[in-house]
Ligand binder design. Structure first.
Ligand code: URA
Length: 236
């Protein structure tokens, strides 16, 4: 059960002040009855909410797939930088989604945004062993020895350890291209892994999270709502 004013601020574009004002003026109906008490409690699931006579549908969770372009930080707010939420239409920000795992400002590709804390945890916790796939372009020639080291679990000079990953070399030359699967999301992890092999990252794109691939229909900066089948696909 949640307070009516909280329901308005969580599931609609109302600010706290607007919510209290609308409720006190008798402009909000809950289950067809005017409710003038901002502290009255309702279960948002199944609540029929009307504001000024209009039914306002309540979306309990908000799950989005974004093709993150370069130049945006994976945060809900930032004092200086543009955030991935700046790419989302204001009408799609209720309830507020947050990034399930970060991509660096210069990295691109699949970013899931969700309002569901439990789903977020299942996606990002290394204990859940959900592999994320990256297309990584590096300076230098990738070889079988690099794939072997990654499959053993890299240990950096600082003694920091990374869990074993899988490197599939797609092109090998002065500049190499590979697909890398890892199930952790440590700070700059892919860049630090490849740098430790002496092959600095030139570009990085996340192409899949678990069994869910970036939808090719999306162009950089575009997003779509996830279906229940998409959410299931993540964990398959
Ligand atoms: N690893 C990185 O180095 N950067 C990312 O954005 C994601 C994984």
């Amino acid at each position: 059960m949640q307070r009516l004013d909280k329901i308005l601020t969580t599931y609609t574009a109302c600010s706290r002040r607007e919510a209290a004002d609308l409720i006190k003026r008798g402009l909000v109906q809950a289950n067809a009855l005017i409710c003038r008490d901002p502290a009255a409690r309702f279960d948002p699931a199944g609540l029929v909410l009307q504001i000024k006579g209009e039914i306002v549908p309540i979306r309990l969770q908000n799950h989005l797939m974004l093709y993150k372009p370069a130049g945006f930080v994976s945060a809900t707010e930032d004092p200086r930088e543009k955030t991935v939420l700046d790419l989302i239409d204001p009408s799609d920000l209720y309830p507020l989604p947050f990034p399930a795992g970060r991509l660096d400002k210069d990295a691109t590709g699949l970013l899931l945004l969700t309002s569901d804390g439990e789903l977020c945890h299942r996606i990002i916790s290394p204990k859940k062993e959900l592999y994320k796939t990256y297309l990584v372009e590096v300076q230098g020639k990738l070889g079988a020895e690099d794939a072997e080291k990654i499959s053993q679990g890299l240990v950096l000079e600082s003694e920091e350890r990374f869990l074993p990953g899988m490197l599939e070399i797609l092109e090998s030359g002065d500049i190499s291209l590979a697909s890398l699967k890892i199930c952790e999301g440590k700070f700059h992890q892919v860049k630090r892994m490849m740098a430790s092999l002496g092959k600095p990252v030139l570009s990085l794109k996340r192409t899949a999270i678990g069994g869910l691939a970036l939808d090719e229909i999306l162009s950089p900066g575009a997003y779509k709502r996830l279906t229940p089948a998409d959410i299931e696909a993540i964990f398959q």
